[in-house]
Write a new protein. Structure first.
Length: 522
C-alpha cells in the first residue's frame, strides 16, 4: 500500500479503504466480486468522525442477497485498516447501517500554530488582529438545538429520542444537566419545534468551554466573529448581489451556484441549496468579504486543518473574483496530530468520547509542553504528540531542557548579587562564549524567517539550539576553572554575567513567541 504523504486527507483515506478491501478479499473476509468505486466524504455530524465512507451500503448490491450485510462489510474493512493503521489516523469505527467513520485529533494545533504565528508577525513589525470565526448557523446548529432539547427532556425523566442526525456525545448530557440546575424546569413544556430557545443557551455554554480552554492555553483573541453575523448584518446578501452583478452566479437544479471554475477552481460551488439555506461556502465568502473590503485588512491569513484542504482552491478563486490581490489572502494548512502514550496511539478521550481534547492534554502534561509540542514541527508535517516525553522532567524533553537553561541563568544572576551592567563584552574571547553570542545574534533572523514563511516552528528549534549553546558555555567551566562565570576577576565576572543576562533574555523572548513560560526556578 502506498500513501502519498502530500495528498489531501480524503485521497489518502480513499487509498486506505481500497487497500483494506483488497486485503479483505484476499483473506476471504469479503467476496471476490467487482465492487463499486470508493468515495470518502465528511459526515453531517461532528460526533460521527471527520470523514466517512458509505462504501459498504453501495457494495451490498454487488455482493448480492446471500453476501455479507453492510455492517459486516464495514466491519471487515475496519478490521483490515486496524491491522496496519497509518500515523495520520487516530481511529476507525463502523456505524449503522454500514458506514466507516474516520476520527483524527489535533485541531488544537490550530490554536497553538495561529497564536504563535500572530506573536511572530507582531514581533516582526506587523499590526496583528487575532480573530476566531465560529459556526453558529445552519443545519449543524439545528441538530445541536434538538439534541439538547431531547437530553433535557430525558433528564426530566420523559420519553424523547435523538434523531439520526443529532449529537449523541456525553457533553450534550452535561449541557442538559447544567441547564436544569441553572433554570430548573423552565423549559419543561417547550415545544420540540422551539428547541432553539434552549439550544442557543447550550451553544453559548459550549463557546464558554472553548474560550476557557484557549485562555488556559494562553491563546487570546481580539475578536470572536459569528457566522450568523454575516447573515444578520447583510454581508451575505451584499456579496451575493455583487457576484450576481458580475455574472458569476447561476441557478441549476433548484440551487444557486458560483462560477469558481472561471478563476481556476476544479468545479463550481453551491452557494444556496435547493431548500434556500446558504452553504458554509457562502457564509465563508461573506466573512472574507467583510475582512478584506469592509474592515479593509491589508492581509488575511486563515489557519485551516488538512481536512479542509479541498476548499482552498475555491476560497482563493472567490477572493480573486471579489477583487482582492492574491498576496492579500493566504491559507496556512496544518496536518493532524497523533497522540501517543507508551508508544501506542491514544484513540479515546474522556469527555468527547472519540477525540482527545486540548484540556485533557494540558491536564496531563501542562500548558508549556502542550504549546511547545504543538508548534515544534512545520505545519505541513504530520506530528506525533508523545505524552510520555512531554511529561518528562529531564533533558530528553526539549521544552524542559530550554526552560531549565533559562532557570539556571536566572540562578547565576541571583547568586552573583552584583551589578553586571558595566561589564565589557569585549573581554569574552573563549570559543564557547563567542558561539553563544553568535547564536543570540541569530534571533532577529529567525523571527524574520518565521514571519516571512508563516513558519513559527523555527522558533522552538532556535530556542533549543540556544539552550545547547548556553549549556556548552556553562560546562566549559567544569573543565577549566578560569571559564567559570563567577571568577575572581571583577571585570571578566561582570562581562560573563552580562552574557548570562543577555542569553536569558533572548531565551525568554523566544519562549514567549510560542506561548511558553520562561521560569526563574525549577
Amino acid at each position: 500500500m502506498t500513501l502519498v504523504p502530500d495528498a489531501p486527507i480524503r485521497d489518502r483515506l480513499v487509498s486506505l479503504v481500497q487497500a483494506a478491501i483488497a486485503r479483505a478479499q484476499k483473506t476471504g473476509a469479503l467476496p471476490t466480486v467487482a465492487l463499486p468505486e470508493v468515495t470518502v466524504e465528511r459526515p453531517a455530524r461532528a460526533d460521527q468522525g471527520d470523514f466517512a465512507t458509505n462504501f459498504a451500503l453501495r457494495a451490498k448490491r454487488a455482493v448480492g442477497p446471500k453476501g455479507p450485510a453492510p455492517m459486516d462489510i464495514a466491519s471487515a474493512i475496519s478490521a483490515a485498516i486496524a491491522q496496519d493503521p497509518p500515523p495520520f489516523l487516530a481511529g476507525v469505527e463502523t456505524a449503522p447501517p454500514g458506514f466507516v467513520n474516520f476520527i483524527h485529533i489535533g485541531h488544537s494545533r490550530n490554536a497553538a500554530l495561529g497564536d504563535s504565528l500572530a506573536r511572530v508577525l507582531a514581533k516582526a513589525g506587523w499590526q496583528v488582529q487575532r480573530e476566531y470565526y465560529y459556526n453558529d448557523a445552519g443545519a449543524q446548529m439545528d441538530h445541536l438545538f434538538h439534541s439538547v432539547w431531547v437530553r433535557y427532556q430525558q433528564v426530566l425523566g420523559r420519553a424523547a429520542e435523538l434523531a439520526d442526525s443529532d449529537y449523541p456525545g456525553e457533553y450534550v448530557v452535561e449541557l442538559a444537566q447544567e441547564l436544569l440546575r441553572e433554570h430548573g424546569e423552565k423549559f419543561a413544556n417547550l415545544p420540540e419545534e422551539q428547541a432553539e430557545e434552549i439550544g442557543s443557551l447550550a451553544a453559548r455554554r459550549i463557546m464558554e468551554w472553548i474560550e476557557a480552554d484557549l485562555d488556559r492555553a494562553r491563546v487570546r483573541f481580539d475578536n470572536w466573529f459569528s457566522e450568523a453575523r454575516v447573515i444578520r448584518e447583510g454581508d451575505l446578501q451584499r456579496v451575493f448581489d455583487l457576484l450576481k452583478e458580475r455574472g458569476l452566479v447561476y441557478d441549476l437544479e433548484g440551487a444557486t451556484w458560483l462560477r469558481t471554475t472561471d478563476y481556476g477552481d476544479k468545479r463550481d460551488r453551491v452557494l444556496i441549496k435547493s431548500g434556500g439555506r446558504p452553504t458554509y461556502t457562502a457564509t465563508d465568502i461573506a466573512y472574507h468579504y467583510d475582512k478584506l473590503f469592509v474592515r479593509k485588512f491589508d492581509r488575511v491569513i486563515d489557519v485551516w486543518g488538512a481536512d479542509h484542504e479541498g476548499q482552498v482552491p475555491s476560497m482563493k478563486a472567490v477572493v480573486k473574483a471579489l477583487g482582492a490581490e492574491p498576496e492579500q489572502y493566504e491559507i496556512l494548512i496544518y496536518q493532524m496530530v497523533t497522540v501517543l502514550r507508551h508508544g501506542e496511539i491514544v484513540r479515546m478521550g474522556k469527555r468527547a468520547g472519540n477525540i482527545i481534547t486540548l484540556g485533557e492534554v494540558m491536564d496531563e502534561v501542562g500548558v508549556d509542553a502542550t504549546r511547545w509540542f504543538l508548534v515544534s514541527r512545520s505545519a505541513e508535517s504530520m506530528m506525533e504528540f508523545d505524552l510520555d516525553l512531554a511529561a518528562k522532567q529531564s533533558s530528553e524533553n526539549p521544552v524542559y531542557y530550554v526552560q531549565y537553561a533559562h532557570a539556571r541563568l536566572s540562578k547565576i544572576l541571583v547568586d552573583a548579587g552584583s551589578d553586571w551592567r558595566p561589564g565589557d563584552v569585549a573581554l569574552l574571547t573563549h570559543p564557547s562564549e563567542l558561539a553563544l553570542i553568535r547564536r543570540m545574534l541569530q534571533f532577529p533572523e529567525i523571527v524574520e524567517l518565521a514571519a516571512r514563511n508563516l513558519a513559527p516552528h523555527h522558533v522552538p528549534h532556535y530556542a533549543y539550539e540556544l539552550a545547547r549553546a548556553t549549556q556548552a558555555w556553562y560546562e566549559a567551566g567544569n573543565d577549566d576553572a578560569s571559564m567559570r562565570v563567577l571568577v575572581e576577576d571583577a571585570g571578566l565576572r561582570a562581562a560573563r554575567l552580562k552574557l548570562a543576562a543577555a542569553a536569558r533574555q533572548v531565551l525568554a523572548n523566544a519562549l514567549d513567541l510560542i506561548g511558553v513560560v520562561a521560569p526563574d526556578s525549577m
